[in-house]
Structures are given as structure tokens and as C-alpha cells.
Design a protein around this ligand. Structure first.
Ligand SMILES: Nc1ncnc2c1ncn2[C@@H]1O[C@H](COP(=O)(O)OP(=O)(O)OC[C@H]2O[C@H](OP(=O)(O)O)[C@H](O)[C@@H]2O)[C@@H](O)[C@H]1O
Length: 169
């Protein structure tokens, strides 16, 4: 079972190689909520996300994760950005809560596998920081997402702890 710890503050004020995790649609849009803040702070990661969503004729599958290596220029922090595809669409067309929750469990498993592979290939991977995914624009009560997260199986070589960051009230 995945261990969650609670933190309050600015999720983006993190040391290099921290993994910042958020929930995304598969349409290539970081238009609102915390995604818009990611787009502003990590333009190169946004370009990678957008290309991942739009480069194939096949839509990206929900229940998967895109893990983006630190890729910003100059003095920008070297953060990993993890995109959990928990809903295909956004706004009124977003997936139903039950579907978002199922996609969340699978997307987190995918992330943990990708992080294990990254570490095994010698990459630096810091702590895992997640915002309260699905609880804003996607409209799923946080407690339901939390239950799903705690149930994720931590396999051999997987990271077993995730920090949950709530922004300062
Ligand atoms: N600036 C900020 N700094 C820090 N924390 C912030 C923040 N803004 C919001 N939060 C908090 O971050 C959590 C998640 O809330 P969000 O509504 O963001 O995300 P979500 O996971 O429900 O939904 C994902 C879709 O929202 C987007 O919008 P579009 O689809 O583009 O329209 C995406 O693209 C996805 O598709 C909640 O605890 C918010 O309080």
C-alpha cells in the first residue's frame, strides 16, 4: 500500500529532481486549475505533454502516465513532471467520477513503474509530490481519490511514499 503524507504550501517550491504529479486530460490542454500554473512554469514540459497527446492519430489512453524528465532551460528548477491521464476530456465532457478513479489507480501504477525504470537506469529521482488531484476541475471528492491511492500496490523496486500538497489557504 502506498503511504501518503500531508503537506501544506507551495508544491512548486521543491528541490531539484522532485517529481511533481498532477492529473491531466488527454486532449493536450493545460488550460485551467493547477495545470495552467504548470504550463506557465514549465513551458518545455507542456510542449512534451502536448506532443504526446497530439502526435498520434490514436488518442492517448486514460489510466496511463506521461513522465517528463527535467527539461526546462537556464536556471529553472530541474523537476520531473508526471501527468496522470485520469480523464479523456475536461470541462463538461470529463469522465464520470467512477471512471476517473479507476483511471487514477492504473495511471499511478504506470507512474511507479516508470519511476522504477528511470532510477534503475541511473536517473536522479527525488521525492514524489502530488497535488490534490481530481478534486478541482475534475470534481471528484478528494477522499475518494485518497482511498484509491492508498490501495495501489507497491511492487519490488517501486517508490512507496507520496507527499500530498495542499496549497496554503
Ligand atoms: N495554482 C495552483 N497552485 C496550487 N494548487 C492549485 C492551483 N490551482 C489549483 N490548485 C489545486 O490543485 C488541485 C487540483 O485541482 P485542479 O482543478 O487543478 O485539477 P483536477 O485534477 O481536478 O482536474 C484536472 C483538469 O483540470 C485542468 O483543467 P482543463 O482540463 O485544462 O480545463 C487540467 O487541464 C485537467 O484537465 C486542487 O486541490 C486545487 O485546489
Amino acid at each position: 500500500m502506498l503511504a501518503l503524507t500531508k503537506h501544506r504550501g507551495n508544491i512548486f517550491a521543491a528541490s531539484d529532481y522532485t517529481v511533481l504529479i498532477h492529473a491531466c486530460n488527454t486532449q493536450g490542454k493545460w488550460g485551467a486549475g493547477i495545470a495552467a500554473a504548470f504550463k506557465n512554469a514549465y513551458p518545455n514540459a507542456f510542449a512534451a505533454y502536448r506532443a504526446h497527446c497530439l502526435s498520434s492519430t490514436e488518442p492517448v489512453q486514460t489510466g496511463t502516465c506521461l513522465l517528463i524528465e527535467p527539461c526546462e532551460a537556464g536556471t529553472a528548477p530541474k523537476h520531473w513532471i508526471a501527468c496522470l491521464f485520469t480523464s479523456a476530456r475536461y470541462g463538461r465532457g470529463r469522465d464520470a467520477p467512477g471512471e476517473i478513479l479507476e483511471n487514477t489507480g492504473r495511471a499511478v501504477e504506470d507512474l511507479l513503474e516508470r519511476l522504477r525504470d528511470a532510477e534503475e537506469s541511473g536517473r536522479s529521482v527525488g521525492s514524489l509530490r502530488m497535488c490534490m488531484i481530481n478534486s478541482g476541475k475534475f470534481g471528484v471528492p478528494w477522499a475518494r481519490t485518497e482511498t484509491v491511492l492508498r490501495e495501489v500496490e507497491v511492487k519490488e523496486g517501486y517508490r512507496g511514499a507520496v507527499e500530498i500538497w495542499d496549497r496554503q489557504a
